[in-house]
Design a protein around this ligand. Sequence first.
Ligand code: ATP
Ligand code: ZN
Length: 283
Amino acid sequence: MKTLKIAIQKSGRLNEKSVELLKNCGLSFENYKSSLISPVSNFPLEILFLRDDDIPEYVQDGIADIGIVGENVINETEVDVSYLQMLGFGKCSLKLAIPNNSDITQLSELQGKSIATSYPVILKKFLAKNNITADIRTISGSVEISPGLGLSDAICDLVSTGGTLKSNGLKQFGDVMHSEAVLIGRRGIENDPLIIELIQRVQSVLRAKETKYVVLNVEQQNLAAVEALLPGIKSPTVVPLAEEGWAAVHTVIPEKDFWNKISKLKAAGAQGIVVLPIEKIIL
Ligand code: ATP
Ligand code: ZN
């Protein structure tokens, strides 16, 4: 049987979550920091640990069949790959930022200014779309210190919380793109049965992450009101309790409306609410 290859970041912001996702998919492998390739013992897959910058091209060229990388890197390298699944981690934005004391107030005022970035391709397209010509200075790291050193008037860099900008005396000025980690594949690989199987596993893990399993007790007279608040995957499971007139309700609710739902459930008469994490949801 052929063995597929997946490229993930060797170390850095996406490494841990990528490894965790693959492990949650039931893949068993050693995660030695020193190795470049790790075989998966229970699936025909090898894991290649690479610098994130190399992943899109490796996947496009078929050196790896699939890979996990930030959309920012995919766009910057301008590769032709298929998006197999958005992964919901590694969220960040590529933003323009200027010094707190800059007199620039709107985008058009970047005309003729210098902007330091590690993302010249994305920035160039963004500026062209906004009819701005600026001097793009490509630097590979620590972009945020360049205005302070007098190297540029503005920067275009990845931001998640904005703390780095703040501590360098910079303020956000505009969004260039939003990004998150994506599972990509070389063109055509999406029809491979092993890839289909892997994507299904990934989706079941992601679905489970977004939801909670809730068990609660309710008096029969309040059951209809409580049920009305619970969508479940199909509908809630209702089990009579030993105590006459009471029932236990089991259901799955989205994490995002969790607190909102819990207070409404309590108001509708739910008691003894137990919330449990879900490992996988296979539809
Ligand atoms: P490598 O050594 O693999 O080249 P790197 O230094 O280029 O690593 P990291 O800083 O580890 O990259 O970031 C990897 C990816 O994490 C980014 O390309 C981006 O998609 C995502 N990311 C999420 N939040 C941030 C953030 N605040 N700053 C930078 N990248 C972020
Ligand atoms: Zn990198």
